[in-house]
Design a protein around this ligand. Structure first.
Ligand code: SF4
Length: 219
């Protein structure tokens, strides 16, 4: 399932998140409550980068974006745009396959209230850099939210000040051979408040698909 090197299950780099994992293990022993691995294959050309596992989503099921509203919207859109195959059923063993696509979070452990600190984002960045380096055919990144956008830039050694986050923006990284597309995060909060609509999100994923269609396919 994972296409890159995963953090140790008992990673202690973020003391606050490690304590939160332990508390959740005690409260919900049947949940994963550990760093959530990446999802996808090493030959993917698209990497979707999210923020962090949701408490009752990926932290429960063990697969990125699986089990909560954000996953409902993300996987429905990936299926619609040809980046996934099968049926998404809100569980890690539903048999859903990603096509030319992989998914990872900036922060691998669930943060309280979905809010990782800057220090936690920085502590987990080596794993994000590892994910980026583990995809030899990577050509496009879909950054879900400003934190994902900034952390990808830092992981690639690029200055965030050079590339402003904006929903629907496209950033060409000269010399890197990768294009990054920005979207507001597909969270329930953003859709409930009207920051992001389903058509807005689909339009960005469709733009990614159109971009990759202009590139050589996998050999
Ligand atoms: S968020 Fe990343 S660096 Fe921090 S404890 Fe979890 S796996 Fe380790």
């Amino acid at each position: 399932m994972a296409f890159d090197a995963s953090p140790p299950a008992d990673c202690q780099a973020c003391a606050r998140l490690a304590r939160f994992r332990e508390a959740n293990r005690a409260a919900y022993p049947q949940w994963r409550n550990a760093p959530v691995e990446s999802f996808g294959e090493r030959d993917a050309r698209l990497l979707v980068v999210g923020l962090a596992p949701g408490l009752r989503g990926a932290n429960r099921t063990g697969r990125p974006f699986t089990g909560d509203y954000a996953g409902d919207l993300l996987y429905a859109t990936l299926l619609d745009c040809g980046f996934a195959r099968g049926a998404y059923q809100r569980r890690a063993d539903d048999g859903l396959r990603l096509c030319d696509c992989a998914i990872v979070n900036v922060v691998r452990c669930v943060p309280p209230e979905n809010k990782p600190t800057p220090a936690e984002i920085a502590a987990c960045r080596p794993y994000l850099a590892g994910a980026l380096g583990a995809l030899p055919r990577l050509q496009a990144i879909l950054a879900l939210g400003r934190i994902a956008h900034d952390s990808v830039l830092r992981a690639l050694g690029l200055r965030p000040a050079r590339f402003a986050f904006a929903h629907g923006a496209r950033h060409d990284f000269e010399g890197v051979g990768i294009v990054m597309f920005d979207s507001y995060h597909c969270s329930r909060y953003n859709t409930n408040t009207g920051v992001l609509t389903v058509p807005m999100f689909r339009a960005v994923v469709a733009a990614v698909s159109a971009h990759l269609a202009t590139k050589p396919t996998r050999g």
